[in-house]
Design a binder for this molecule. Structure first.
Ligand SMILES: Nc1nc2c(ncn2[C@@H]2O[C@H](COP(=O)(O)OP(=O)(O)O)[C@@H](O)[C@H]2O)c(=O)[nH]1
Ligand SMILES: [Mg+2]
Ligand SMILES: [Zn+2]
Length: 338
């Protein structure tokens, strides 16, 4: 990320979007913070003729389409802006993203919502109790991270609230995720158990906490980075409330280096632009069996004879829980949380 493009070209300024609310983007450029709007041009897709690039005028725009995106600029984006003086500016360009965590925005119209751009780690957060763990949602977040090509790890909170038998049940599920290859951290924000381990995982990266409201994401953030307190509670705005654009997100710098984003109140989490036939590929332990069934890629992995996925489940290589969540995501790509 180049934060001092000023050195090379006096007119091209660039920075990182670290905070946004309706129509306002806070961009950090070195030591400066600039409050930006975005140019109308960013809300359009300019369409150029692709045939015969040698013909005169091939660079002329032939059509303009509205973008199929909730917002062309996301937290974590590196942007180019023009300075309008007095700490304000206009974003004119979004630099190509290394990664992005996206979802299908809630609503009838298919729209993509980029939740965090250039994210290194997605951390689905689930509470061990109160509310009881919703592993189906965790599997949706994990599948989503896989579809975006972003690394993921799971964080289980409120470990202090578990009785012995609940802890045993939890550990079975935790071991299942670890076998698949996902790191799982167990935390207790009141005693600080697991917090140092989490802090280590976050260092030097841009991480995003995702999960249902009430699981303890904000508490976790406060435990990891004491002193954020006030600033964190100010982000308590629902991502799904009102219009799509009323999103209010911020990424917080960590003392040890890196940034963390707390994503508040997402009531739905739909995979964006994923062919439902490909969902098996988003489950690392199911992926090796896709295409290996008697009916090949036509197999629905339900009642067909010679199903390699079900055989792997019977051998214990795929858990029944993950298998059911896989079917549920495949058959209902956007889940509404109750
Ligand atoms: N007992 C216990 N309560 C916790 C823990 N972490 C969070 N909580 C409580 O769970 C509630 C929701 O936490 P919050 O951080 O606001 O959740 P968020 O909606 O995911 O950001 C609050 O009352 C917290 O005090 C924990 O590790 N143990
Ligand atoms: Mg919160
Ligand atoms: Zn099958």
């Amino acid at each position: 990320m180049s934060l001092n493009a000023f050195d090379t070209h006096p007119l091209v300024l660039s920075g990182i979007v670290f905070k946004k609310s309706t129509g306002i983007y806070h961009v950090r450029s070195g030591e400066r913070v600039v409050t930006c709007a975005i140019s109308n041009r960013l809300r359009k897709v300019l369409i150029y003729p692709i045939a015969d690039r040698s013909s005169i005028g091939h660079h002329r725009v032939v059509d303009i389409e509205d973008i199929h995106m909730v917002d062309p600029v996301a937290i974590g984006d590196e942007v180019v802006y023009t300075d309008a003086g007095e700490g304000s500016g206009l974003i004119t360009e979004v630099r190509p993203r290394r990664t992005q965590l996206t979802r299908r925005a809630p609503g009838p119209k298919p729209l993509e919502q980029v939740i965090v751009a250039n994210v290194d780690v997605v951390i689905p957060v689930v509470s061990g109790a109160q509310p009881k763990p919703r592993w189906g949602m965790i599997d949706r977040y994990l599948a989503s991270a896989e579809s975006c090509g972003v690394a993921a790890m799971v964080c289980v909170t409120k470990i202090d609230l578990l009785r012995k038998h609940q802890m045993d049940e939890l550990m079975e599920v935790v071991e299942d995720y670890r076998r698949i290859g996902y790191a799982v951290l167990l935390t207790n924000s009141s005693t600080g158990d697991g917090i140092e381990a989490l802090r280590e995982k976050l260092t030097g990266k841009l991480s995003a906490l995702v999960g249902m409201s009430g699981v303890g994401k904000t508490t976790l953030l406060n435990a990891v980075q004491p002193g954020l307190g006030l600033r964190v509670s100010a982000v308590n705005v629902m991502l799904d409330k009102g219009r799509h654009t009323t999103t209010n997100l911020e990424m917080f710098p960590l003392d040890g280096g890196g940034y963390i984003v707390d994503t508040p109140g997402m009531k739905t989490f739909g995979l964006w632009d994923t062919d439902m036939d490909d969902v098996g590929l988003l489950f690392p332990e199911i992926a090796p069996f896709v295409g290996q069934c008697k009916f090949g890629l036509d197999c629905q992995h339900q009642t067909e004879p010679g199903c390699a996925v079900k055989a792997a489940m019977e051998r214990g290589e795929i858990s029944g829980r993950r298998y059911r969540n896989y079917l549920s995501i495949r058959d209902q790509p956007t889940a509404e949380l109750k």
